[in-house]
Design a protein around this ligand. Structure first.
Ligand code: S3P
Length: 190
């Protein structure tokens, strides 16, 4: 990341207060979110990081000790917290749109727009495996690849329905995705 913000301004609609990035694990929500926030001069919040900070435990441990339903409740509380803030780029967890309350919150909180980062299952899965090989904790919902692929497919309709913008990240660098988003956000109907 450079020391100084890029100079080219993006003319966002003044009513736009926050951008939520959604999509399956490995789509680039955290990497692109951080870079997009930086380029807009906004703050960045990763919901998984917030949940880990609040609970003092890792996401895989929370899944193991509390179970996925309890994790989902913490995820909804974290989303409410995030949607109360302005000038914020939010990286949602890949499963957040499965919860109806989260979808309603994203659609009905004024000033909020949702971006769907997408790509083929194999590309996203392999990215996550590379991250795990490099030392990141393996995401609990990737431990069974067949189940992960079936979740990937069943979630597509939810991601698409929420999306104000969609970008396929499979053959783009994070910097290219960020630049595409800056351009698309500047002409997003509000
Ligand atoms: C999950 C995605 C993860 C994390 C948890 C569950 C999912 O977030 O919330 O492991 O069910 O898709 P990322 O999409 O940021 O990896």
């Amino acid at each position: 990341m450079p020391d100084h913000p890029p100079l080219s301004p993006t003319h966002l609609h003044p009513g736009l207060r926050r951008i939520a990035l959604t999509g399956f694990m490995g789509a680039g929500k955290s990497t692109v979110g951080r870079s997009l926030a930086y380029s807009l001069g906004w703050r960045f919040l990763d919901l998984d990081t917030l949940i880990e900070g609040r609970s003092g435990d890792s996401i895989p441990n929370l899944f193991r000790t509390l179970g996925e339903p309890a994790f989902r409740r913490q995820e909804s509380l974290a989303l409410v917290h995030a949607l109360g803030q302005s000038n914020l780029v939010i990286a949602l967890g890949g499963g957040a749109p499965e919860t109806l309350a989260n979808r309603l919150l994203l659609e009905q909180t004024p000033g909020t727009r949702t971006v769907f980062l997408t790509g083929p299952f194999r590309v996203l899965f392999d990215r996550c495996m590379l991250q795990a090989a490099a030392g990141a904790l393996l995401r609990p919902n990737l431990q069974d690849p067949l189940l992960a692929e079936s979740r990937f497919h069943s979630r597509q309709v939810l991601y698409r329905r929420l999306a104000n913008l969609t970008v396929d990240t499979s053959s783009l660098s994070p910097a290219e995705v960020t630049e595409n988003l800056r351009t698309a956000l500047a002409s997003l109907p509000f």
